[in-house]
Design a protein around this ligand. Structure first.
Ligand code: NAD
Length: 424
């Protein structure tokens, strides 16, 4: 039975990947069992004053999934569909992602059940601050380090770090009973901050950039070096999709299709990603872009391209459409774009899927660099950030490729095994 429970699906994917190996390895089984539950779930209800003077209670979570490798690390999502199971699934994914790219951090995730579009700027700020007050005693630079996720951004991180700093100075606060934090450590409690508030150069671009690095690493293994012949369709031109598209184009790839929530465009001779982004900015959509064909988002997924890049939503590649997908490589920049059934179909079709927790690991990698810079009082040049990112992503890919090759398993299974080797 197909479940809509994101946590159950994540667990099924983990067990199914490992079961593929048919290994009677009890040590591995123990490691998998340990990963089936979070270490701690924090559930909070907190009041927020609205602009009309009334007060509303909001519900939020912070899931601290696994700290075997270091402090919990993961974003905070503001969305009306946030649920405990979703936050647990995303916190689990952060655990394997950090292990896979070999950063000394564990997995965590937070969320507040709210439609932020229904709030004024002031209400959004009060909500962000109230959530931080509610979880303040459970976070810190060596405990749990939040970051932005869906509907949260650098400005919200700046409010959050400011509120956390205030809590540290309040008399009788539970926070002042712990080790006194110096300024850099206070900043290091959150990543994804604005540049002038302790953020890192290259953080905004990191997820898309990491996606290009890992794609190039795969193509090198497949002995494909002429990127001009490689066509790409990108679903979703948000932060991740548009930056990936721009950087892929700069690396020589031919981006032929792009989409947003309203529809898709296609030009087999290639689109100019920057010009499409400018078009979207002025018209509010990508469709009707000059010299291109309008398509639906479903049609984009089935185009005759070499590389398909889902960079928007989860569960877009399903049992229903997987058979019609013609791309030979799928780079999962979105979290969870492929259902379990579709994954099975792609496996049989021998499609190379670069799994989400490898494909989009650039974001958390540069978040870790931001944390390091804050702790050490350093400011890295963008060139250094990008070079270090490339090293981390290429090494992670190489480990996955070796397992893929030596054990004859697909890249997702190999990535799980690589992460499990690190997680004790
Ligand atoms: P975003 O909100 O900036 O962009 C999402 C894009 O998807 C928008 O262009 C939107 O128009 C488009 N979209 C929405 N519904 C669509 C639909 N039905 N069909 C096609 N397009 C649709 O979000 P983002 O930060 O770019 O994140 C995208 C994905 O990447 C998410 O799954 C997120 O979890 C994942 N991710 C993001 C980061 C990061 O650093 N931002 C890191 C890791 C993973």
């Amino acid at each position: 039975m197909n479940s809509n429970n994101p946590f159950e699906n994540a667990m099924k994917q983990l067990t199914r990947s490992v079961a593929k190996l048919r290994i009677k390895n009890s040590e591995l089984r123990i490691k998998v069992e340990r990963l089936k539950n979070p270490e701690k779930i924090i559930q909070v209800w907190f009041p927020v004053r609205l602009d009309d003077g009334s007060e509303k209670i909001f519900e939020g979570y912070r899931v601290q999934y696994n700290s075997a490798l270091g402090p919990y690390k993961g974003g905070i999502r503001f969305h009306s569909d946030v649920s405990l199971d979703e936050v647990k699934a995303l916190a689990f994914l952060m655990t394997v992602k950090c292990a896979l790219v070999d950063i000394p951090m564990g997995g965590g995730k937070g969320g507040v059940v709210v439609d932020p579009k229904g709030l004024s700027e002031k209400e959004l700020e009060r909500l962000s601050r109230a959530y931080v007050r509610a979880i303040a005693k459970d976070i810190g630079p060596d405990v749990d380090i939040p970051a932005p996720d869906v509907n949260t951004n650098p400005k919200i991180m700046a409010w959050m770090v400011d509120e956390f700093a205030k809590q540290l100075t309040i008399n009788n606060s539970q926070l002042i009973k712990r080790k006194k934090l110096i300024k850099g450590e206070v900043l290091a409690t959150f990543t994804g901050k604005p540049l002038n508030k302790g953020g890192s150069k290259g953080r905004v671009e990191a997820t898309g950039r990491g996606g290009v690095y890992v794609l190039q690493a795969l193509l090198r293994k497949l002995r494909t070096t002429n990127y001009k012949l490689q066509t790409i369709a990108v679903q979703g031109v948000g932060n991740v999709g548009s930056i990936f598209g721009r950087l892929a184009e700069a690396a020589g790839f031919k981006v032929v299709a792009l989409s947003d929530s309203k529809g898709a465009i296609y030009n087999p001779r290639g689109l100019e990603v920057g010009a499409v982004a400018a078009w979207k900015k002025s018209t509010g959509k990508v469709t009707d872009y000059p010299n291109s064909q309008n398509l639906t988002n479903t049609e984009l997924l089935e185009l005759p391209v070499d590389i398909l890049v889902p960079a928007a939503l989860e569960n877009v590649l399903t049992a229903e459409n997987a058979g019609r997908v013609r791309a030979k490589i799928i780079l999962e920049l979105a979290n969870g774009p492929t259902t379990l059934q579709a994954d099975e179909i792609f496996r049989k079709k021998r499609v190379h899927i670069i799994p989400d927790f490898l494909a989009n690991a650039g974001g958390v990698t540069v978040s870790y660099f931001e944390w390091l810079q804050n702790i050490k009082g350093q400011h890295w040049l963008e060139r250094k950030v990008n070079e270090e990112l490339k090293i981390k992503i290429e090494k992670a890919f190489e480990r996955v490729w070796q397992i893929h090759h030596s054990q004859g398993v697909d890249l997702r299974t190999a990535a799980y095994l690589s992460a499990l080797q690190k997680l004790t």
